[in-house]
Design a protein around this ligand. Structure first.
Ligand SMILES: [Ca+2]
Ligand SMILES: [Ca+2]
Length: 105
């Protein structure tokens, strides 16, 4: 299960860090006000500890070097101990306001 989730996170990070690099902030989840260290930190609904992101349902694990991140040393497990989701608002190339969410389950 961890491998599957890590693959999903890798794909998400890849998509965020290529075409949408100028639109999505902190798409590789490296910047935060908490340090997950060599394990992980649980973040609950409403948390804005990961810069530019908000946890919008359930909970997530903000993972440090516990597993191999696809980029940098930090990643997210979208199932803390229940299904979770994170989102951020951004503007597309035409200045339109959009909101994107990444959800598990
Ligand atoms: Ca990362
Ligand atoms: Ca978990």
């Amino acid at each position: 299960m961890k491998n599957l989730l890590n693959t999903l996170v890798a794909l998400l990070t890849l998509s965020f860090s290529t075409a949408e690099a100028q639109i999505i902030e902190n798409g590789n989840f490296e910047s935060a006000t908490v340090d997950p260290g060599n394990r992980w930190t649980g973040l609950t609904n409403g948390s804005t500890s990961i810069d530019a992101w908000i946890v919008t349902s359930g909970n997530i694990d903000y993972v440090g070097t516990w597993w191999l991140a696809s980029e940098g040393i930090r990643s997210v497990d979208l199932n803390g101990n229940t299904d979770g989701a994170i989102s951020q608002s951004f503007r597309d190339g035409k200045g339109l306001g959009l909101s994107g969410a990444v959800r598990h389950g």
